[in-house]
Design a binder for this molecule. Structure first.
Ligand SMILES: NC(=O)c1ccc[n+]([C@@H]2O[C@H](COP(=O)([O-])OP(=O)(O)OC[C@H]3O[C@@H](n4cnc5c(N)ncnc54)[C@H](OP(=O)(O)O)[C@@H]3O)[C@@H](O)[C@H]2O)c1
Length: 365
């Protein structure tokens, strides 16, 4: 009789086709790996780009990049975790690591321990985009993120104005909180007006409504009297050709660096037609000469040694515990089965999440 253990996991089998549940082997951890019983996941726009746009997908593909759960087994070389601990992480690189399955087996460096006073539901709102925030600040804006942060640390470019476009997104909220932590004080943001109070509370000094027809003029006017470029560092937290880049290209001036969340959405999905994407933000719109455009690829954050070793095991739990980053607001999608919850969550993302994460249970119990 075979002793092989199996568990349920979601796969994408086609574009604009419902998920399927399949059985996968439950892999015992080796070396520095841990096995996590995944209790919760948070939907991301990438789930939608993959399901509806087939972005970078080879079918059939296991899905899920963010999870929170319980450690059930540890490899012999594991240093940070014990069986029974509650963990959260951004675990996406290999099929066995994915989080839309009951058990994920992955290296310990993609997980962190959840501080006691936070629930798994709160914790699961953070990992993917906290990693994105650090990676964007370091790799694309080229600002240092020293850890531990030295006492009295004053960052380079501390007095420059940083524009965070689409700040109500979870990327935006976490980027603002990490920039504030490192000492940046002139953070200017755009968001729908209903989110302005919250965005100020987490660290922006000024917030503008990106839906206002005068937003570009208002931003440039606010910078009158300053040296150019008005906004030397800009983060586009959305990456929509018409929805964000068209306006941002009018604010960016020679010398500005613009970090754009990829993919660039060239055409948004509708009931009748598939979305279209581009992975080149530098040609998506016409930029003023001298603007430096960087396309953010968080997928490769692990190439930074500090991030691989400490970002999730140490930095993420510490920032949460110390209240430096706050969990995102969230909405729970409930239903009887993994498949039903996953489909319902994807529909919630299609309708659009505003200022909140859509979270749902993976394992039934
Ligand atoms: N390449 C990478 O490494 C990487 C990593 C992470 C995320 N991303 C991408 O980054 C984007 C954001 O991800 P997320 O998880 O942060 O999304 P999210 O939290 O689901 O974003 C939702 C928010 O987006 C805002 N928004 C939508 N359209 C906007 C527009 N035209 N202008 C300004 N704000 C707009 C809305 O703001 P209001 O409520 O104010 O309307 C809403 O609150 C996604 O496209 C994702 O795929 C890329």
């Amino acid at each position: 009789m075979s002793s092989q253990r199996n568990h349920d996991g979601l796969v994408l089998v086609g574009t604009r086709t419902p998920y399927e549940v399949r059985k996968f082997p439950t892999i015992s951890p080796e070396g520095d790996e841990i096995m996590v019983n995944v209790k919760w996941t948070a939907s991301t726009p990438l789930d939608l780009h993959q399901a509806d746009g087939g972005l970078l997908v080879e079918h059939p593909m296991r899905t899920g990049s963010t999870g929170a759960g319980i450690v059930v087994e540890c490899g012999p070389g594991v240093k940070h975790f014990k069986v029974g601990q509650r963990v959260f992480g951004y675990a996406h690189q290999k099929p066995a690591w994915k989080t839309h399955q009951e058990y994920s087996t992955a290296p310990e460096w993609v997980w962190g321990q959840i501080p006691e006073r936070f629930s798994m539901e709160q914790a699961v709102t953070l990992p993917e985009n906290l990693v994105t925030a650090f990676n964007t600040i370091s790799t694309d804006l080229k600002l240092p993120t020293p850890w531990p942060k030295p006492e009295g640390y004053v960052p380079p470019r501390a007095n420059e104005h940083i524009l965070i476009w689409g700040a109500a997104s979870s990327v935006g909220q976490l980027t603002i909180q990490v920039l504030r932590y490192y000492g940046y004080k002139h953070i200017v943001a755009t968001a729908s007006s209903k989110h302005h109070a919250h965005i100020k509370e987490i660290g922006a000094s000024e917030v503008y409504d990106y839906k206002s027809p005068t937003v570009v003029g208002d931003l440039l006017k606010s910078a009158q009297g300053r040296e150019t470029p008005a906004f030397p560092l800009i983060v586009d937290c959305i990456g929509s050709q018409q929805g964000t880049l068209a306006a941002i290209s009018k604010v960016a001036q020679s010398g500005s660096t613009v970090a754009v969340m990829l993919p660039v959405i060239v055409k948004h999905a509708s009931d009748e037609s598939a979305p279209e994407y581009s992975l080149d933000a530098s040609t998506a719109v016409e930029w003023a000469p001298g603007v430096n455009v960087a396309g953010v690829r968080t997928h490769f954050y692990w190439r930074n040694d500090l991030f691989r070793e400490k970002l999730q095991t140490e930095i993420m739990p510490t920032l949460l515990e110390q209240g430096i980053v706050k969990p995102n607001r969230y909405r729970i999608v409930e239903d009887k089965t993994l498949l039903e919850r996953a489909e319902k969550a994807l529909n919630a993302m299609r309708e659009g999440a505003s200022g909140e994460k859509v979270i749902w249970r993976v394992s039934n119990e």
